[in-house]
Each structure stands twice: as structure tokens, then as C-alpha cells.
Design a protein around this ligand. Sequence first.
Ligand SMILES: [Mg+2]
Length: 306
Amino acid sequence: MTVPPPTPNSALNAPAAVPIAANRASLGDMAGILRSVPAPTAETLAAVLRPVTEDPSGAAILCDIDGTLAPIVTRAEEAHVPDKASRLLGQAARRYGLVACISGRAAADARRIVGVGGIAYAGSHGAELLEPGATRARISPAFESWAGRVEAFASERDDPELRRLRIRIERKGPIVAFHWRGVPDEDAARTRLEGLAREAEADGLEFHWGRKVLEIRPPVPIDKGQAVRELVERSQVRTAIFGGDDATDLDAFAALDALVEESVLQAAVKVGVRSDEGPAAIVERADHVVDGTDGFVVVLEALLPA
Ligand SMILES: [Mg+2]
């Protein structure tokens, strides 16, 4: 949990017999021990989530989709959010002030995969926002203006070599993703995409590496952190939780830290979804770590009354 610095009256400073520094160190040690426990107890999880669960109407439930709600699959278009996770998100939408999925996918694709109409979707890492029940996503104008150039770049590279390497192209509005998961020669595919990333940079575009995916994006500063900030500020929630598994989710973690620092939020909870492929920082910077999408379902369950 990220909390503001303790006030002089806070419980942390209360026991006069224990030096403050020692007290803090022991809390830090405890956090380290808790993170190393493979299967956190229900009590540990309940305690971590308490800032959010004790005031649901003033809390935001935010999470990534692929690798967090939907197990990673070889072909991104075949990703599927288990019914249980969708059902829990729907229940959360009726209880909490804000529920939103923040994904690298196009917003409409995100909603198709999650299958819950009553929550918000920030797509393309926040470049698009699909409100609950809305039929069309709103795209950031600065981002939209680059869509044609990104598409032209991708089309020019959709050549026989790319197909021979079995690299798959996914068009996500103003972002184009090149997937190499499960291709016959992953090293060759990665080498080709490293070249492609350099070409994108030379064309004035941006690139981003994820879990066996290279994304080509408009050179417009946008990330999941900005999406978190926008969603939190306009909904005026007081606490928020974000769950994610990959490098782009670290921006969301950082945004939560900043919003607490600025006293926009009273508290925030960062849940890291651990995987073999995810960055170590997802575990290191999380307040609570779970294993894979099954672990995140347990978090969703703990957010709702038994
Ligand atoms: Mg993910």
C-alpha cells in the first residue's frame, strides 16, 4: 500500500519506547517477508485491500487485461477472460465508484474480450476511452492525427520476410503491434523486429517492447499512467487499486504513487501479477504480488463481500 507520510499523530509514531527508524525498518522487513510468501493468506490480502474495500463508492478498481485478467495465449486475438473474472468485474462495477480496464488493445477490442458493458475501457494505453455503455471510443486527437503514418509504416513492412518469420501484425487503432510469440524461429523474428524498431525511430515514430510483442506508436506522450490519472481525477475517487503484469503497467504504478504524493488520492494499492516473462520491477514495486491470472481472480474476489 502506498500511503502519505505519517503525521505526528499517526499510529506509526505512537510507541515512544520504539525508535521510529527501527519501527519503519521492521515494517519494511515485514513487507519483504510478505512478498516472498508464494500464496498470501486471505488475511494478508484483506489487509492490503482495506483502504479500497472500506470505502467502495470512493474507490477505483483499475487493471490491465492481457496477463492480468486474460491468460497469455499464442495468438492475441484468441485471448479470453474467464467467465468468473468477468462476473466479478461486473459485480465490482455495481459496488465501486469506478471500475476500468486499461489496456494496450483498442478499447472496443478490450471490451469484447472482457465482456462487461458496465465498466470503462482505456484502450491503446489510454489513447482511447470507451465509457460504460458507450458505442464508440473517444480517441485522443493528438494520437489520432498519427494513425495514418503508423498504418503506412506497418503496411510497408508487411512483406514476405515478415510472413516467412510468421510475425503477426495486430492493428489497434493508432498503434500497430508485431507479435512473435510461438513463431518457428523466435531469435530470427526478434532480430528482424529490432531492425524494424530502428526503422520506426528513424521515421519519427515510437516503439515499445512488451511480452513477445513490439508496438509501433505515435510519438505522442501517452501511457497507462496518464490513463490512470485521467480516470482518477475525473471520477474524484479517494483510493485506487491497479493490477498489472507487464512493463507498461509500471507507468500505472508510478501514477498511483504520484497521485498519493499529491494528495489527490489518500491511498493506493499496486498489485503485481507475477509471470516468467514479466519484468522484475512488477514484483519489486508492487504492494502485493499474485501469481498469474488465477491469482488476480483471488484479488477480485477479495474486493467483494463474501
Ligand atoms: Mg498485461
